[in-house]
Design a protein around this ligand. Sequence first.
Ligand code: ADP
Length: 203
Amino acid sequence: MFIVGLTGGIGSGKSAAASRFRYHGVNVVDADLAARIVVEPGRPALAEIASHFGNHVIQPNGHLDRAALRTLVFDNAEERQWLEQLLHPLIRQEIIEALAASAETHSAPYAILESPLLIESGQSELVQRVCVVDIPEILQLERASARDGNSPEQIRKIMDAQLSRAQRCAKADDILDNGGTLAALEQQVDDLHQRYLQLAQSA
Ligand code: ADP
């Protein structure tokens, strides 16, 4: 199946673009969802995380305490690397399975992999084409902090840990400019959808 990777920085409008692709009947596999599934209660990764970091990263209801884990690894490169080495292969496998199911569950001849770290994590190897949602940083700060209720400083920290706007755009085959209205974004997605239908057919 022809697969397009959809990426962009925090608050750029990935989810907004993805929901328009879904509107066209395209299966959108969400890398963030895959990352949550692999640490669900009962999954081996959760037990490994608990034995490495201690039980305080597990909530009373048995689910991973993501905020506690994030605090532990955010400023600790070694621990972050340990966690990434555990989780990245599992997330990748989860994504591969969800993409493989596209042909059975959806009529569209291509699927989308939505991932904030598509390029950084090497998940771009799973796709034939990279589509970047691009917005000016000032708008990104504004929209992400309004959505999450975080301060612009907190959003800035996350942005600094991601690829820069220029680095990301340099890897793009297609760019969705989300500096305008939602309707303008949707129009661009509609046009790209037509293009992807053609590309999928000739692939
Ligand atoms: P991402 O998934 O890349 O983090 P979202 O799609 O959640 O970003 O968009 C971030 C926020 O900005 C959301 O609250 C969303 O509703 C809003 N948003 C997205 N695109 C636009 C737009 N073109 N105009 C106004 N608000 C937008």
